[in-house]
Design a protein around this ligand. Structure first.
Ligand SMILES: [Zn+2]
Length: 312
C-alpha cells in the first residue's frame, strides 16, 4: 500500500510535469475509478476540461490538483485523488509507456497495460495515468473549503483552501504546519490506546502500522497505553519519532517499509535492518536484548519489546 512518504514522492514528481498545463481531455477506461465523483463522468469532464492545473497538494495520503479556468481564475474545486491499496499515478512517455514520476512502485503491482483506469490528456501531450489493480483508489472533484486552522492547507498548497472531501483529515507529521504540541494534547485527551489514536486519520494523518510500531518503540511506550495516561513529553516523543521514521523513508525515495517488508525480495533486508521492532518478533530488542513480541491488534499486529515498552 502506498504510504505517506511514497505519496509525497508522487506529489513531488507530478509538480514539474503537470503544473501550468491545461486538461484537454479525460479518457475513462473503467468507470469504477470515478465512483466517488458526484454526477459521474459528465460532471468530471465539465469540471476539468479546459482548466489549468495550478498546484499539486497533499495532506495525509490525499493528493489534489488546484484548478483555474481559462482566465486564470480558481474554479473553486479541486481534482482529488487517492491511491488506495495499489494505485499509481504515472506519466506516460511519448511512445505510450507510462513511467512512475516518483519512486519505483512496490507492493501489489498494478500492471500499466491491464490496470490503467483513467488518463488525463494535457495540452502539451503529457498523459497522466491512474493505474490501479484493486480499485480502492480514485479521482473526483470536490469543492474547496477553508482549512479549519486557517494555515496552508497541505504540502504544496498556495493557500488555506482544501477540498471538502479531505477536510476531515488531520494534518500529517511531514506537514510544516502540523502543530505537534496540539496533536500531543489531542492524544492525551482520549482514553483509547495510543496506537489506535496514531492510526486515527482525524487525530494525525498518514501514520501506518509500521511507523506506529517504530515510533512507540523509540518512545518506550506500549501500544495499548491509554492516550490520557501519557505525559505531554512522552506524547511529543512518540510524534517526533513517527516523523523521523517517515522522513527516513522519504530519504530513500519514499518507498514504504510496508511494501518492502511484504515483498520479501533481495532489497528488503536492507530496509529490515533499519527497522527496530516491526517484523522482528522473536528477535532481540536492539536496546535491551529481550525478544520482541508480536500481539494481535485489531486486524493487524503490534510489535513491541515487553521490557522497554511495559504495560503501565
Ligand atoms: Zn527492549
Amino acid at each position: 500500500m502506498p504510504e505517506l512518504p511514497e505519496v509525497e514522492v508522487v506529489r513531488r514528481g507530478l509538480v514539474p510535469r503537470t503544473v501550468g498545463r491545461t486538461v484537454e481531455r479525460i479518457e475513462l477506461l473503467d468507470p469504477r475509478i470515478i465512483r466517488r465523483q458526484s454526477g459521474g463522468i459528465d460532471r468530471l469532464r465539465a469540471g476539468l476540461q479546459g482548466t489549468t492545473l495550478t498546484a499539486v497538494v497533499r495532506r495525509g495520503k490525499f493528493l489534489w490538483w488546484r484548478l483555474a479556468d481559462p482566465d486564470g481564475v480558481d474554479t473553486g474545486e479541486a481534482l482529488m485523488g487517492h491511491l488506495g491499496m495499489s494505485g499509481q499515478l504515472r506519466i506516460a512517455t511519448a511512445d505510450g509507456r507510462s513511467v512512475d514520476p516518483g519512486a519505483p512502485s512496490e507492493g501489489p503491482a498494478s500492471d500499466p497495460l491491464r490496470h490503467r483506469r483513467l488518463s488525463l490528456h494535457l495540452e502539451d501531450g503529457t498523459r497522466v495515468d491512474l493505474i490501479d489493480q484493486r480499485l480502492f483508489g480514485g479521482l473526483w472533484t470536490s469543492p474547496l473549503v477553508e482549512a479549519a486552522d486557517g494555515k496552508l492547507a497541505g504540502m504544496g498548497s498556495p493557500d488555506a483552501l482544501m477540498p471538502e472531501g479531505a477536510s476531515h483529515i488531520a494534518r500529517d507529521l511531514l506537514d510544516p504546519a502540523a502543530d505537534l504540541p496540539a496533536i500531543a494534547r489531542t492524544l492525551r485527551a482520549r482514553r483509547s490506546g495510543v496506537k489506535a489514536l496514531l492510526l486515527n486519520q482525524e487525530v494525525v494523518s498518514g501514520i501506518g502500522n509500521i511507523y506506529a510500531d517504530e515510533a512507540l518503540w523509540a518512545a518506550r511506550t506500549r501500544f495499548d497505553t491509554p492516550g490520557d495516561a501519557l505525559s505531554q513529553r512522552r506524547a511529543l516523543a512518540i510524534l517526533r519519532a513517527a516523523r523521523a521514521v517517515m522522513e527516513r523513508a522519504l530519504e530513500v525515495g519514499g518507498t514504504s517499509f510496508d511494501a518492502l517488508y511484504v515483498n520479501v525480495d533481495g532489497r528488503s533486508g536492507y530496509f529490515a535492518r533499519d527497522l527496530n521492532v516491526y517484523g522482528r518478533s522473536g528477535l532481540p530488542c536492539k536496546r535491551c536484548g529481550t525478544p520482541i513480541v508480536r500481539k494481535k491488534f485489531t486486524i493487524r499486529s503490534s510489535h513491541f519489546c515487553p521490557s522497554c515498552q511495559r504495560k503501565r
